[in-house]
Design a protein around this ligand. Structure first.
Ligand code: SAM
Length: 363
């Protein structure tokens, strides 16, 4: 998925930094990706053999991390097979479209004559998304799929729908005319799920980072929070609705979800620094790594000041090509500098009495 702040293109830099800073690199360590997004970083460290804790506040992301990180076996769909559905992807791809919530609110046919006409999906694709999501919901209600299978089927739909969305890249606006990729029919495809022979421990969460941090522990905490006021809940609101399929009340030209309990302090200039300090203070991890670029709302000097308070601090940097959707803005540079701030926490700041003594509390 083309995601704001995706670390897909700097995975090597993250890995090299972790290895260099931890030197010598440990074996079998627990890696926590507390702002996991598309799960690319979690997947990378799972494939490396780490035990992984992954978390994100958004539901679409949680479904991705739960089905790709927490799960570590081929999906079996035992009950679906008993009901003569051998391959859910073929079955769901072959469904006829229906006029459900996505069609009625985010396609031209469904919004025709309304105060705001929206063209996020072609009529065909919007109906197809509704048909697939409705069937997955019904399988879940009839207990024909497990929780992980449910998340995997939904996460795969989120990614397949995103490929045919009629946007420049995020959902804060739609294009006036259907672009070529959005005019193509949706193909519902399974997403790549890493299955590791050496079975580590894997756990996914859907919580606010600053609450979760009080209840987990491990070796490496990787932090990749939002850098600025571009909120993920508004930029990806339709993916959230496909994930939850909760028929929310929506508003405005773009059909934003009205209910919004997921305000991130990391997107608010006045709150981001103190939220970050609280996260660092409460982290019961020996090594902390923060990815942040040079245009983030927390000043570099503040990051250095906060992290240095808790132990040995070092900063690594690399030039990084700018995220695609930002090219519309009037920036002079077409690159940013990506920094990884590292901290080896002084043991006196670890709270052993708060958390179980084994080196991580993953079940
Ligand atoms: C920069 S993105 C992470 C990108 C990810 N590393 C990747 O490569 O796909 C930041 C993520 O933090 C999540 N987020 C924002 N505030 C959060 C919070 N308070 N707690 C947990 N997750 C949060 C957003 O939903 C978003 O997915």
């Amino acid at each position: 998925m083309n995601y704001i702040g995706s670390k897909y293109s700097i995975l090597d830099f993250i890995d090299e930094t972790v290895i260099d800073f931890m030197h010598p690199e440990k074996n079998n360590y627990t890696f926590c990706d507390i702002f996991a997004g598309t799960a690319v970083v979690s997947k990378y460290f799972k494939k490396k053999g780490c035990s992984v804790i992954a978390n994100d506040i958004e539901s679409y992301s949680y479904m991705i991390i739960k089905s790709l990180i927490e799960n570590n076996e081929e999906y079996q769909y035992k009950k679906l097979k008993e009901n003569k559905i051998d391959d859910p992807f073929t079955y769901l791809n072959n469904l006829d479209g229906i006029e459900g919530f996505i069609y009625k609110n985010y396609s031209l046919g469904g919004t025709k004559g309304q105060e705001t006409e929206r063209l996020y999906f072609s009529d065909y694709n919007a109906k197809k998304i509704d048909a697939i999501r409705t069937e997955i919901k019904s399988w879940k209600e009839k207990e024909l799929i497990t929780e992980n299978e449910f998340c995997y089927l939904v996460a795969s739909l989120v990614e397949s729908a995103d490929k045919v969305a009629n946007t420049a890249s995020v959902y804060e606006a739609f294009l006036k005319k259907l672009k070529a990729s959005a005019a193509k029919p949706l193909v519902y495809q399974p997403i790549d799920c890493p299955i590791i022979e050496k079975n580590g421990k894997y756990k996914a969460y859907n919580e606010d980072s600053n609450e979760l941090i009080k209840h987990i522990s491990g070796d490496v905490l990787y932090m990749d929070p939002p850098y600025n006021n571009r909120k993920y809940d508004t930029n990806y609101h339709i993916l959230e609705t496909i994930a939850l399929y909760d028929e929310p009340e929506i508003k405005g030209k773009t059909g934003l979800r009205i209910e919004n309990s997921k305000k991130s302090k990391y997107c608010v200039r006045k709150e981001a620094t103190s939220a970050f300090e609280e996260l660092v203070k409460n982290a019961n991890f020996k090594y902390l790594f923060l990815s942040y670029n040079d245009e983030g709302i927390i000043p570099m000097a503040e990051i250095r000041r906060i992290m240095s308070k808790y132990g040995k601090y070092k900063c690594y940097s690399k030039k990084h090509k700018r995220y695609k959707s930002d090219t519309k803005r009037e920036y002079i540079k077409d690159f940013t500098i990506e920094y990884i701030h590292c901290l080896e926490k002084n043991p006196k700041f670890l709270y052993e009495d708060h958390i179980e003594k084994n080196d991580s509390n993953i079940e």
